[in-house]
Design a protein. Structure first.
Length: 213
């Protein structure tokens, strides 16, 4: 064990308050910016989609209430940034169509975020369960989480395209590029963990010991 204290169970009121304070600035921006762009008749803006994304910013808080301890702030903020550059800016504000390659940036960032989520899950499991995994098992788990979610997202896009007529997938190269982007994001996270031991607030005991270089 490393001496790092595990997250403790905290009152739900505190979890809710912290979640609200973190999410509120992003929610305000989503609402105000969307209404301003719509009032200015900016083309391709989707106000309904943008406003539907506002409650999606409650996801970290909901997870915290479910497990009775909050997500680390770094992970929550990364989720808000991902929602801002991806579903909000990319889809609701049509940035995907305006900036070539924006989609790949979002998928790369999703791999980093999902790797962080996997690290936090491992951390809480190891600290609360009292069993520390072998280092290679932790690294493989984190990478597989990033890859699995990247593939699952593309499966959902494929189903949507063929059932409700969306056009999320352009071709095989686009689909594979998205999966590779998410995979590389997870890999970059692992390299940072391996070399710098950061971010420490998310690292499980199995990955906190300095690596042999």
């Amino acid at each position: 064990m490393t001496g790092e204290a595990s997250s403790v169970t905290v009152p739900w009121q505190r979890i809710l308050r912290e979640a609200v304070l973190l999410a509120m600035p992003f929610q305000v921006v989503f609402i105000v910016l969307t209404l301003a762009l719509d009032a200015a008749h900016v083309p391709h803006v989707k106000p309904a989609l943008a406003l539907l994304l506002v409650p999606a910013l409650w996801v970290p808080g909901a997870i915290g209430l479910l497990v009775r301890f909050p997500m680390p702030r770094m992970l929550q903020l990364h989720y808000f940034v991902f929602m801002s550059i991806g579903p909000y800016a990319g889809s609701a504000l049509a940035v995907y169509g305006l900036i070539p390659g924006w989609d790949k940036v979002v998928h790369f960032d999703s791999g980093i975020m999902l790797a962080w989520l996997a690290l936090w899950t491992l951390r809480e499991s190891e600290l609360r369960g009292g069993a520390v995994l072998r280092r290679w098992m932790s690294l493989v788990f984190v990478q597989l989480v990033a890859m699995s979610f990247a593939a699952a997202w593309e499966i959902c896009e494929f189903i949507a395209d063929h059932t409700i007529g969306t056009h999320a997938q352009l071709n095989n190269a686009d689909t594979m590029g998205d999966i590779i982007g998410g995979t590389l994001g997870g890999l970059v996270s692992l390299l940072v963990v391996w070399w710098f031991r950061r971010p420490r607030s998310l690292l499980p005991p199995s990955l906190l010991k300095p690596a042999q270089r």
